[in-house]
Every structure is written in C-alpha cells, then in structure tokens.
Design a protein around this ligand. Structure first.
Ligand code: GLY
Length: 354
C-alpha cells in the first residue's frame, strides 16, 4: 500500500493540496479495523447556537449495533434514521430544505454487500424516512428505484405515516429565498448567487446539497451503505440528484469496499462517482487514492475550474477509510474501536476558482 501522507498533486497546472490530517493514509494495521462506520458530517447549528455534527450520531449508532451483531445495512439505516428524524437538521428528512414550491422532496438509496441487492426512492414526499422505504424496495420487490407518487403509495401501503415535512424553520428560510429571488437567479447555478445566499446567511455547500452518506463494515468483513437527502435546496420540483442513483450516490461490493457521495449531485452523476471509487479500490487503490481519482475526473470536466463542492467517502474490506472533497473545509465522521470523531477530508483545491 503506497504511503500517502503529505503529498502534493498537480492538476491542470494548479497545485492541489491534500490535507495532512489523513488518518486513512496510515499504513494498514496488521489486524483489520473492524467494525467501522463512517459518514458525511454536516455541522448543524441550533437556534441557541449549539453546534453538532450530524454524521457522528449515525456512525456511533451503526457501530454500536454492529458490535451487538447487527447486519451492516440495519446498522447504517438505524444510524441515518436519527438524522432523518432530526427537525434541526435542514439537510435531510424531516426539516430538510424544500423545493422551489416549498415542498420537501426526499431521495435515498441503500445497498447490502452480502447479497449485492439495492433499493432506492426519489422525489418522495410526506415520508420522513426515505432510507427505510428504499430498504423495502430492495426487500419486497424486484425493482430498484421507485419515484414520486408511486414511491409514496408504496410507503403508505407498508404503514408509513404521511406527515408535513416542512418545519417552521425551513419554511422561513424558503420564504426568504422566495422574497429575494431576482433576475440574477438562474437555473444553471441553482439561482445563485442572489437569493439563495441571502436566504440563509450561514448557508454553505453542505446545506445547499444536504445529504448524509453512511458506510459500514462488520467485524466479519461484510459491507453496506446508505445515502439519504432532501436534495438541492429550492430545486425544480422533480429534480433528482445522485443520492438515489446506485453507482453515483452509493455503491457497495462485498469483495472490495463501499463508497458514497455528498455535494453537488449532477457533477457526481457525470463520473458515476461511487462506482468509480469502488472500481478504483478493486484495482488496488487505497480508499483515499480512489476518492481523489474520482474527484479529479470531476475537476477535469470543468477544465480545472470546478464550480461546486463534491465529497466522496470510502471504506475497504480491511477497515481502511477516507473522506475527500474537491474544496478544502469538508469533514467526515468515523466510529471504530478508537471511538467516535470528526476528521478533516482530504482535498484537491483550497477554494473555488474566482
Ligand atoms: N448530493 C445530493 C444531491 O445533489 O441531491
């Protein structure tokens, strides 16, 4: 395994930097680091100023369940359910930011390594736990992806409760966005830079494309993953990003590893990111190398001047892991035998090109 601490990459004439705080770059230990769960880690700020990282709760729960013998898919779904249920988290599930008409539309996918099976839902309204519905698509049908009204009816037929997912806090953000929308706003940048930025002064990439991806490997080496999201804030109704698309927002191969993504979904779809990362690992790359390679493909699509943040997360069967992003500043959550923590993602570029 190549040593990857403190390395510099040169990309399209620009110096690309990799964070020096990469535990994933350590030489592999003799015994596998299992069980292990990793997740994206968005900062959630409560009205009283309290801050927490959503992914930590998910990885801690997934790890605890795997330690008790749980299947890895049950573990990661239980983990992200905490985040989907959290009204203070405006990136996922209940309380997620709505589409441009003020309606919350959720997407999710799940994949189970031992069986190679997967399921997904997209543009699902009124059901706060799309990851659980995605698992039912996997378990109860021969299909993989259900969308919109059909996904809703499917969920209701299994007893899911219909509820209004738009919290007052998310509604206020949407109202402000709508008030300040102007001719400067356009489809190509999700109506940036005008209304969206002023809608939420602290708005960052993570809120705009809010998503949680959680990946796990059990002590026995079985893998699974889930990705769940409210998608791009103020999106066109019906817009679906990468999260529910198997191979883009999530991919798991029980012989190799698992990968997932958060950030600007359209950019990820163009490189079929999660599948690319897993195939990179199959060819011998570490999780970190595999993620950075997929990110470089996105940067190349923009001639070296990428417009949006994209994050990849990856684990392999041995329990090595990585989080990597196009731009500096991203973090991810990890829980293993050493405990739960947030680590800095590796990155390619210090900041978006001016
Ligand atoms: N990555 C989430 C989305 O683009 O919808």
């Amino acid at each position: 395994m190549p040593k990857l601490t403190r390395r510099h990459f040169v990309l399209s004439g620009m110096t690309a930097i990799v964070s020096t705080r990469m535990r994933s770059a350590r030489a592999p230990s003799r015994s596998p680091n299992r069980p292990l769960a990793i997740a994206s880690a968005n900062r959630v700020t409560l009205p009283d100023g309290t801050v927490y990282y959503n992914g930590i709760r998910a990885t801690a729960r997934a790890f605890e369940l795997m330690r008790a013998g749980s299947d890895p898919l049950d573990a990661v779904i239980a983990g992200v359910t905490i985040v989907e249920d959290d009204p203070n988290d405006m990136s996922v599930g209940y309380g997620g930011l709505p589409n441009e008409e003020g309606e919350v539309e959720l997407d999710a996918s799940v994949m189970h390594g031992p069986t190679g099976r997967c399921g997904a839902v997209a543009a699902l309204r009124y059901i706060k736990n799309p990851s659980q519905v995605a698992r039912l698509v996997m378990e109860e049908t021969d299909h993989i992806l259900l969308v919109g009204e059909g996904a809703l009816r499917f969920a209701l037929s299994f007893g899911f409760q219909k509820q209004d997912l738009l919290t007052e806090r998310a509604r206020q953000v949407w109202l402000q966005w709508r008030r300040e929308r102007s001719e400067r706003d356009h489809w190509m940048q999700n109506k940036l830079p005008g209304a969206l930025r002023s809608a939420l002064p602290t708005l960052d990439w993570a809120h705009m494309t809010g998503t949680i991806n959680c990946l796990a490997v059990t002590e026995a080496g079985d893998l699974a993953g889930v990705t769940t999201t409210s998608g791009l804030a103020f999106k066109v109704p019906g817009r679906v990003g990468d999260s529910p698309i198997i191979g883009c927002g999530l991919y798991v191969d029980n012989d190799v590893g698992a990968a997932g993504s958060t950030g600007w979904g359209e950019d990820n779809i163009r490189v079929v990111g999660a599948h690319t990362v897993v195939e990179n690992m199959r060819r011998g790359m570490s999780p970190l190398q595999a993620c950075l390679d997929a990110l470089r493909r996105i940067v190349k699509l923009y001639g070296g001047r990428p417009a949006h943040q994209v994050n990849f997360y990856a684990i392999n069967k041995n329990g090595e892991y990585a989080g990597a992003a196009i731009f500096k500043g991203a973090q991810f959550a990890v829980t293993d035998a050493r405990g739960s923590r947030v680590e800095d993602s590796a990155y390619l570029l210090e900041r978006p090109p001016q």
